[in-house]
Structures are given as structure tokens and as C-alpha cells.
Write a protein of this length. Structure first.
Length: 195
């Protein structure tokens, strides 16, 4: 009967005190803010990992170029035909000599292998310079790997925004990727300092 009496006098505007603790439903504002902060940190961390900075992206492309140049030199020695590399700023390609003699040599772009295919660099990245035997290349950027000759010493300069890297080769055929320095103002025209 007491239960009936409580239900009869129950009004939505009446405050009832109970001996049982009130069950909480939902989250507090602080709990929601903590969860949002953790999610924000996680998204920021994932986006930093997924999209590398300019320097990291440039280093990956410079290492790829170094490996492809090493492959071109090795293929030239194995096939007995000269292979050339040319660059036009935002991209590069490889060429194979098709003639038998140097005087009647014809060059054709390599298209029969996916490794030495023409490549376009990512947006904003470019090949900004070439030095062969410590002399800056005038005009077109071109390297030639001959099957029976000594290796060349060269440096290929790459840039993306303020980031700079170089692919440097020694006369014994050792290739390495070297971080570059900012272009200096004044009479010094050297873009890279090998470390």
C-alpha cells in the first residue's frame, strides 16, 4: 500500500530524496575534453607519420635516384652498351645507346624495364644542378655510363622548398646521399658542402 501512495502523489515538479545513490548517466565535461585531447594528439601523430616533411621526402627521392644510377652503371657494364641519364628539372629519364660506334651512336629512351623508366618528381621537387668532375654542367644535365671506362665523380643537386640533398659519386663508383646546405648569397656559387 505504501508503494501505491508514493505513485499517487508523484509529480514531475516534486523533488524526492532517496536513500539509494543516484545513477549517473552520460559523461562530465572534463571526461569529454580529455577524450577529445587524446584523439587530437593521436590524429596529429598519425598525420605526421603518414605525411613526411619536405626533408624526409627529398631524402627518399635522392636515395631512389642513387640506387637507379647505380643500377644504370651496372647494367651498362653487363650489357656492354652505354646508358645515359638526363634531367629536365622536375623529372629524369634513362637512355640506351643503340648504335655500335661512338660516331654513329643513336640513343633511345629506355622503356623496356620499369626500373629505368622516365620519372617525374613529386610536386615542387626538382633537380637543381649537376657537377661532373667538380665542374658545373652547362646546358642540359646529362651523365653517361660507359661499359669500359672509369667511373665519373659527380654530384646531382636536388631541392624541395628549403630542403636540399645531393647524390654524390666518387671515381670508384661509390654513391651516397648527402644533406645539402642553403644557397649562400654573394660570390660563393657552391650549393652543397659534402660532409
Amino acid at each position: 500500500m505504501s508503494v501505491n501512495r508514493d505513485l499517487k502523489h508523484h509529480s514531475p515538479f516534486t523533488i524526492h530524496h532517496s536513500r539509494h545513490p543516484v545513477e549517473r548517466r552520460g559523461f562530465t565535461l572534463i571526461e569529454l575534453l580529455v577524450v577529445l585531447m587524446i584523439m587530437g594528439l593521436f590524429v596529429g601523430l598519425v598525420s605526421a607519420i603518414v605525411r613526411p616533411d619536405d626533408r624526409g621526402l627529398l631524402r627518399v627521392e635522392a636515395e631512389r635516384l642513387a640506387q637507379l644510377l647505380d643500377l644504370a652503371a651496372a647494367e651498362s657494364r653487363l650489357a656492354g652498351k652505354s646508358i645515359a641519364w638526363t634531367a629536365d628539372g622536375p623529372g629524369y629519364r634513362f637512355w640506351r645507346m643503340t648504335g655500335d660506334a661512338e660516331a654513329s651512336a643513336d640513343w633511345s629512351e629506355i622503356r623496356d624495364t620499369d626500373l629505368l623508366r622516365a620519372r617525374t618528381l613529386p610536386q615542387g621537387m626538382m633537380i637543381s644542378g649537376l657537377e661532373v668532375e667538380n665542374m658545373r654542367a652547362n646546358g642540359a644535365m646529362r651523365l653517361e655510363f660507359a661499359p669500359y671506362s672509369q667511373g665519373l665523380s659527380f654530384t646531382i643537386e636536388m631541392s624541395l622548398g628549403a630542403a636540399r640533398y645531393a647524390v654524390a659519386a666518387s671515381p670508384i663508383g661509390e654513391l651516397r646521399v648527402v644533406p645539402g646546405l642553403e644557397k649562400s648569397s654573394g660570390a660563393n656559387d657552391r650549393l652543397f658542402a659534402l660532409r
